[in-house]
Design a protein around this ligand. Structure first.
Ligand code: FMN
Length: 215
């Protein structure tokens, strides 16, 4: 039987362990360094390889590099981000944000989205499992970006801006919007994340029984 050679695309040689264990939300992006079309394709190719319900492949992506379009989109992203905080906490602006709030960096991204070198919007064509089928692809894209030294973060929008986002990019109404991902070379660093130990999030054989590594 002929062997199928499974090649690692050039640029994605970083071990999956290193990529997973150093991938974190990168919100501070270098506005002056573009992501090449070659790397954009690699990121999208990696996304396309992800699991999805019934292999129906409902995810669709819109790549935005045009500076003027990103400026217009960034203004809508800013409005959406604050609309989410208003709905959740009644905040109207930074003055309402408590000292040391974990949202500080996300608020900075809301300010800086206008300068992102690249934005990819993730949609789906609809159908069963559509949202669940989009997310694995996005995680693949984040990992591929990490391997290329490109930062990103998964973000969402708010219903208040959706009509204007669709109109800005001529998105057909039958597409369902899921996520917005800014990409760029980090102004900060990749590195470890802070997560609950798996011993606290996992049960073994019976709910409530700790896994062997917790004992
Ligand atoms: C469903 C989902 C929605 C998110 N929405 C936003 C968002 O709107 N804005 C943002 O800056 N980050 C957003 N994030 C990123 C999370 O804040 C981030 O993954 C989390 O804080 C962990 O960050 P870390 O990997 O750097 O530790 C979102 C992540 C997920 C999975």
């Amino acid at each position: 039987m002929a062997m199928i050679r499974l090649e690692t695309p050039t640029g994605l040689e970083m071990s999956v362990g290193e990529a997973m264990f150093t991938q974190r939300a990168i919100r501070r992006l270098d506005p002056n360094r573009a992501v090449s079309d070659h790397h954009i394709k690699l990121i999208l190719d990696a996304g396309s390889k992800a699991p999805n319900g019934g292999n129906a492949q409902p995810a669709r992506y819109l790549v935005i590099q045009d500076k003027e379009k990103i400026k217009s989109f960034g203004a809508l992203y800013h409005e959406a981000w604050w609309a989410k905080r208003r709905d959740a906490y009644g905040w109207k602006g930074r003055e309402d944000m408590p000292e040391g709030s974990p949202y500080r960096m996300a608020a900075q991204l809301a300010d800086e989205m206008v300068n992102a070198p690249l934005v990819i919007l993730a949609f789906s064509t609809g159908g069963r499992f559509e949202a669940m089928s989009v997310l694995p692809g996005i995680q693949n894209m984040l990992l591929a970006a990490r391997a290329l030294g490109i930062g990103s973060v998964l973000t969402t929008l708010h219903p208040e801006v959706m009509d204007r986002v669709y109109a800005l990019f001529d998105v057909p109404q039958q597409m369902t919007f899921h996520h917005c991902l800014p990409f760029g070379y980090p102004r900060g660093r990749f590195g470890p994340t802070s997560r609950l130990p798996t011993a606290q999030t996992t049960f073994w054989e019976t709910w409530g029984q700790v896994p062997p590594w917790a004992e």
